[in-house]
Design a protein. Structure first.
Length: 200
C-alpha cells in the first residue's frame, strides 16, 4: 500500500503528474499516453497514481482544462489592457488572435483527430457539465469587460464562440486558402452583435 504523503508531497506529485501529462499530450496525444508512462516519468508507483486520479482520463482532462483556462485568462487580461477602447473591429481582431494561438497547442490536434471526443465520453457527466458551466462563467467575465448590449444571452454567445472554435476542425473542408478570412468573418459577426447597441 502506498505510504501517506504530506500536503507538500501531494502538491508536488500532482504538479509533476500534470506537467508530464501535458508533455505526453503534446508528444503522443491522448490514446498513446498511458498511466505506466506517466508514473515512470514522475518516478512513483502505479498505485500512487490512483491516490490522485481515478483514471488517466481525469488527469488529462485536468490538464486540458488548465490550458483552456490559461488561454481564456489571457483573453480577459488582454481585454482589460485595452482599457475600454473596444469596438466590434478591435474585439474581432483580438478574438481572432487568440483563436490562432490555439493552433500552437495540442488542443486543436486532439480535437481534429477525435481523441477529445473519446475522452469526454469516458468522463462522468457531472464533470462535463461543470466544465460547460465554467465556460459560461468565463464568457460572462469577458462580457463584463466588453461594452455590450444589455439583452445579451451569455449561453448563446458562449455556444457561438465554441461553435467557431469547432469550425477549426474543418479547415480543410472549408478551404485552407479561405479559412482565416472566413474565421475572421464569423468572429466579426459575433463582435458586431455583441456591440450593436453601441453602434446604433
Amino acid at each position: 500500500m502506498p505510504k501517506p504523503f504530506t500536503e507538500q508531497e501531494r502538491e508536488y506529485i500532482k504538479t509533476r503528474l500534470k506537467e508530464e501529462a501535458k508533455e505526453c499530450l503534446n508528444r503522443y496525444g491522448i490514446k498513446k499516453t498511458t498511466v505506466d508512462e506517466l508514473v515512470k516519468r514522475v518516478n512513483i508507483p502505479k498505485g500512487t497514481f490512483y491516490l490522485f486520479y481515478d483514471s488517466k482520463e481525469l488527469l488529462l482532462f485536468d490538464v486540458i482544462n488548465d490550458v483552456h483556462d490559461d488561454i481564456q485568462n489571457c483573453v480577459i487580461h488582454g481585454l482589460q489592457a485595452l482599457s475600454g477602447n473596444i469596438d466590434s473591429e478591435v474585439l474581432a481582431e483580438f478574438l481572432f488572435s487568440f483563436y490562432k494561438k490555439v493552433e500552437n497547442t495540442f488542443l486543436l490536434k486532439i480535437l481534429t483527430n477525435g481523441e477529445l471526443e473519446l475522452l469526454m465520453r469516458k468522463l462522468p457527466l457531472d464533470i462535463v457539465e461543470e466544465h460547460l458551466a465554467h465556460d459560461d462563467l468565463i464568457i460572462e467575465n469577458i462580457l463584463g469587460i466588453i461594452p455590450h448590449r444589455n439583452n445579451v444571452d451569455i449561453k448563446y454567445f458562449s455556444g457561438a464562440l465554441r461553435g467557431i472554435f469547432m469550425s477549426m476542425l474543418h479547415k480543410r473542408e472549408i478551404g485552407e486558402d479561405v479559412f482565416d478570412p472566413s474565421l475572421k468573418l464569423m468572429i466579426r459577426g459575433i463582435a458586431i452583435q455583441l456591440t450593436e447597441e453601441q453602434n446604433d
